[in-house]
Design a protein around this ligand. Structure first.
Ligand code: CTP
Ligand code: MG
Length: 260
C-alpha cells in the first residue's frame, strides 16, 4: 500500500451535516440506517480502520444528539494511539461544513482529507492511494473512476422545437477523459485553507455551484492530481443508492473483499 515515502501528518474531515433531501428518509442522511447502524458510523469506522489520520474531525448536523452520542461511544472504543476524534457542528452548505471542520484541526496537521459521510463504504485502499500521492508531492489529489455512460451536453429547446422534445443535444464529451469524482479528496492544509478562504465570499449562486473541494483548489490555479477510486465508494444519494449499499454489505463476498 505505502509508497515508502514519509507521510504528512494527516487529518480527515468527515462531512456529515447534510439533510439528505434526495434520500427522503425524514432524517439527516448521516443518521439513516445502513446494515443496522447509521451511515455515518460506517464512514467513521472505515476512516479509522484505514489508519491514515492523526485526527478525525466529524462535522455533524445541528440537533443530532443520537449521532453525537454514538460518536462519543466510538471514542471510548478507540485504542490508545488511535486518532484524536473531534466533533463539530456543520453549516448550511457543504463548504460551510468543511470550513467548520478546518477550524477544529489540531496544531501540526500538514495534510487534510475531506470525506463525505455519504460515501460510507469507501475501501481503505482509496485512503491509502490519496495519502501516498500527497506523500509523493501532490498538493491536491482526488480519487475518481471512469465514466460508464456516454455523456452529452444539452440545451433547452426553443420555439417550434419545444413541441418535439424538451432538450436538444449540443455535444458529446470525450468519455476517456472523464472521471466520476469521489472522496476522500486530499490537500496540503495551506492549500485547502486558501481555497476555502477565497470561497467564503461567494454569493448564493456561486456557493450552490460548489460541489467539491477540488473545484475551489482548481480556481486557485493549483494542479490537482487524480488517482483511481473505487466503484464501491458510491455516494448514497437516492433510495436506489441505499439499496445498492445494503446489497454490497450483504453480498456473498462481503464488502471488505471486493476490489473496485
Ligand atoms: N454536507 C454537510 N453539510 C451540508 C451539506 C452536505 O456536511 N450543509 C455533507 C453531507 O452530509 C454528505 C456530503 O456533504 O456527507 C455530500 O453531500 P450530499 O450527498 O449532497 O448530502 P446531503 O446534502 O445531505 O443530501 P441532499 O443534497 O440530498 O440534501
Ligand atoms: Mg447536498
Amino acid at each position: 500500500m505505502n509508497n515508502g515515502l514519509p507521510r504528512p501528518v494527516t487529518a480527515v474531515i468527515i462531512v456529515a451535516a447534510g439533510s439528505g433531501e434526495r434520500l427522503g428518509y425524514g432524517l439527516p442522511k448521516a443518521a439513516v440506517p445502513l446494515g443496522g447502524e447509521p451511515i455515518l458510523m460506517h464512514a467513521l469506522r472505515g476512516v479509522v480502520a484505514s489508519g491514515v489520520s492523526s485526527q478525525v474531525c466529524v462535522v455533524l448536523p445541528a440537533e443530532a444528539e443520537d449521532l453525537h452520542q454514538l460518536c462519543e461511544e466510538f471514542r471510548q472504543e478507540l485504542a490508545d494511539g488511535g486518532p484524536l476524534l473531534t466533533l463539530v457542528v456543520g453549516g448550511s452548505t457543504r463548504a460551510d461544513s468543511v470550513r467548520a471542520g478546518i477550524a477544529a484541526l489540531m496544531d501540526g496537521v500538514e495534510a487534510v482529507l475531506v470525506h463525505d459521510a455519504a460515501r460510507a463504504l469507501t475501501p481503505e485502499y482509496v485512503f491509502h492511494r490519496v495519502v501516498d500521492s500527497l506523500a509523493a508531492g501532490a498538493v491536491a489529489v482526488i480519487p475518481g473512476v471512469p465514466v460508464v455512460d456516454t455523456v452529452k451536453t444539452v440545451a433547452r429547446t426553443t420555439g417550434a422545437d419545444t413541441a418535439i422534445a424538451p432538450e436538444v443535444v449540443t455535444g458529446t464529451a470525450p468519455r476517456e477523459e472523464l472521471r466520476s469524482v469521489q472522496t476522500p479528496q486530499g490537500f496540503r492544509l495551506s492549500t485547502l485553507l486558501q481555497a476555502h478562504e477565497a470561497a467564503s465570499g461567494f454569493d448564493e449562486k456561486q456557493s450552490a455551484a460548489v460541489t467539491d473541494d477540488a473545484m475551489l483548489v482548481e480556481l486557485l490555479g493549483v494542479r490537482v492530481h487524480a488517482v483511481h477510486g473505487s466503484t464501491q465508494s458510491l455516494k448514497i444519494t437516492t433510495p436506489l443508492d441505499l439499496i445498492i449499499a445494503e446489497g454490497l454489505l450483504e453480498g456473498p463476498l462481503g464488502i471488505r473483499w471486493v476490489e473496485g
